[in-house]
Design a protein. Sequence first.
Length: 479
Amino acid sequence: MSTSASMNGQQSMPKRWLILLSVGLATLLSSLNNSIVNTILPLIGKKLQINLGESEWIVLIYLLVLSLLLLPMGRFSDLLGRRRIFLLGFVSFIIASAICGLAPSYGLLIFGRGLLGIAGAMLLSVGPALLTTTFPPEKRGQALGLQALMTYLGLALGPLIGGWLADTLGWQSVFYSAIPVALVALTLGILSIPRQTRANQPVPTWSNTLTFMVSISALVLLLNPSVIHAQQRLWMIAIFILLVTTGGLFIFLQKTSTRPLIDLRLFRVHNFRYGNTATILNYLCFFLALFLLPFYMTNMLAFSPTKIGLWLTLMPILMMISAPLAGAWSDKIGSRVLSSAGMICSTLGLLAFAALGAFSPHTMLNRMDLMLGLVLSGLGTGLFAAPNNAAILRSAPPAQQGMASGTLATCRYLGMMGGITVGGSLFNAIDLYLGGTGQSSALTFLHTFMIVMGIGVFFGVLGWIASMMMREPSAAKPR
């Protein structure tokens, strides 16, 4: 009997909903982990005495490890069993959260965040598959929709919870708070997810995965060298050579392998090519703002972590409202109009943030401009995501839907890492340059913030152009 049939046949209705709750909590934890830490980065930086460029790695290492391991963990779950990988993900999440909370130093905190990335990859790669093999076809859409809702709920609650906990109990409590939730989810998983008979699976071509992981890691390190302190120039040359070698080998393997990790031929399809390009640029814009705004609110507005959390909650709340509506509207009016409108809103949001320097920090005009930027950024991503995702997946052949979905997820995380790179490394470089001109530190920070947000506007315009290049289904035939 196949794994899918076995699970559908064995699960009673109460157990199905317990599995959904366990998967939903896993999604919530991962989403919270993305949003909750951004709010308290300035506080962590102050306590651990690290600069903004080093702070970016607290967020970046999680996204890097997660994006590198999502596809391999999916393969591992097919070979070793989804139940085993999923439950091990919760155990790893609990251990990693404890390490982050106990971390007395920057290095140990980075190590703990890397472990959280491994745990997140285990949970996110297996969760949707558990739902599709547990629920019958007529219930799967509802189950996956509820899982998506947990993503937005995590994004909305993260800033608020993180800010409040950091203010009242210290930044370490932010990581400890995930442990009881993970314990509950683990218990539900143990009680409800059945042991599976694993279907025979072909052994993955690990050379594809390894070259992908090494090349992306080399690229991220090359663009974010703040963690390299000794012999930085020599290391940068070595990393560049590694990037060129492994990146070239990866492309060669994808073109010649019978089981490629990413079928590069998909990028010949018009909407797939431009849709994924727009995805990278949209998430770059969103995470650029999400990363830098807490530092602006701390350094220029003297906001507490709780107050920062309250303000940042505006973006995910608007995403929660606009995303389902945009998904429904795209079925009637097409994806191109809504995804392009979303990119316009995201770009205007960054423009509003860039204009913050024109107003005195403690005036009503400053607060109005800040709120306008937050509203436009949240609305932009909400309008963009669902229509763009639908257009990308519609453009891929039915037999390659899984690969298309995995490629889309990879592009999403590349965009997130790109936003943090622009907001961290580029900000640090410009701040260092302007700091040598004799300006005060506050003025240097403000000018750098305005320049980097202006650069973000440029990326937003590129994203809008990519969205405008999309075609509606009748005209978007694979070539």
